[in-house]
Write a protein that binds this ligand. Structure first.
Ligand code: ZN
Length: 336
């Protein structure tokens, strides 16, 4: 048995030696070749590729990060008579272009009877979901400018806005007037960046580089800053003044009267407002009946938020206090 076992062992050892010899003679070609084929092509492909002026789309496509500006694939519209979306425009926000004829006249991109629906100041319980439902019932899309603080209060509602395929920009952190006398350039920058970071924190993805000044108060320094950040600035063509309206009917009438006069435009509304949520189903059906078409604005690339604001916001959310004493040394039961 000992001999038989020894013979088996010897055979195994011999086989192993043969295998090992083969491995170290034949296989090195594979080992050497493998890294070369894996590593070599990508730099060659990337460096050899010409970079034309209009290469942004390809570069964006190569970045795996999801963008809030791009809509998820949607099911077909269940409403055959829906208002829908007549066309989608993609905005190259380089240099901070301005939109909305109330303040910016350069970019006249809407055809007659075309409108862009925009909603500020959300996300807010009940009202924002009602606005989303009205838009979904008409299979149409809008641009939302949420307030940073509100995004931190109700991130799940803002995620519903994104999930429905709407475009999401930002509207400062606390709805501060960036054109106020006491507003420093640093404070204005903080309001802008913290607002964008809050939206990103709520969504889990970067927002579109679309910004609307609270109260449409365009501070010159803040305007210049947004230009350096390649953020598009949104005014409006048509203010619904929905925050002042006594009821839904007044909002519908204001918008339709102004629109019939202008013929087209970016419409400013507030998903934060109850009357707006109530007015929207009627307003959308009036737009459809009036032959108006909805254009959705999307951004070519999403905003790169600044890491220092992202980090500061996460820390703020934990609401730190100065004292770190254990509960037993802070709270003592003195009578029961
Ligand atoms: Zn606002």
């Amino acid at each position: 048995m000992r001999n038989a076992f020894g013979l088996m062992l010897a055979s195994v050892v011999t086989a192993s030696v043969i295998a090992a010899v083969w491995f170290f003679t034949a296989s090195p070609r594979v080992d050497v070749a493998a890294p070369a084929t894996v590593l070599a092509p990508p730099p060659v492909t990337v460096s050899a590729k010409p970079v034309p002026a209009r290469d942004d789309v390809e570069v964006t496509a190569a970045i795996p990060e999801k963008t809030a500006a791009s809509a998820p694939p949607k099911a077909a519209c269940a409403n055959p008579n829906a208002l829908g979306v007549s066309r989608v425009v993609e905005i190259d926000t380089t240099g901070g272009p301005g939109f909305g004829f109330e303040h910016f006249k350069q970019l006249d991109f809407l055809a007659d009877k075309e409108v862009v629906l925009t909603f500020d100041d959300g996300p807010w319980p009940a009202n924002t979901p009602a606005v989303l439902k009205a838009l979904a019932d008409e299979c149409t899309r809008a641009v939302f400018f949420p307030i940073g603080k509100h995004a931190t209060y109700h991130p799940e509602i803002l995620r519903q806005v994104a999930a429905a395929g709407h475009t999401i920009g930002a509207h400062t952190w606390s709805h501060a007037n960036l054109n106020a006398k006491k507003m420093t350039d640093q404070q204005a920058k903080d309001e802008i960046e913290k607002g964008f970071s809050a939206v990103k924190l709520a969504l889990g993805t970067a927002p579109a580089p679309f910004f609307r000044f609270p109260e449409l108060q365009h501070g010159p320094a803040a305007m210049a800053y947004l230009g350096t950040r390649n953020v598009a600035i949104f005014s409006c063509d048509l203010d619904s003044f929905d925050f002042r309206a006594k009821d839904a009917t007044q909002i519908v009438n204001t918008v339709m009267t102004k629109l019939d006069k202008l013929g087209k435009g970016i419409i400013l509304m507030h998903d934060f407002q109850k009357h707006t949520a109530e007015a929207l189903p009627t307003l959308l059906s009036r737009l459809k009946a009036g032959g108006y078409k909805v254009v959705q604005m999307k951004a070519k690339t999403s905003l790169q938020t600044l890491p220092e604001y992202d980090d500061a916001l996460v820390k703020d959310m934990k609401l730190p206090v100065a004292s770190t004493r254990p509960v037993g040394s802070v709270v003592q039961t003195v009578s029961e």
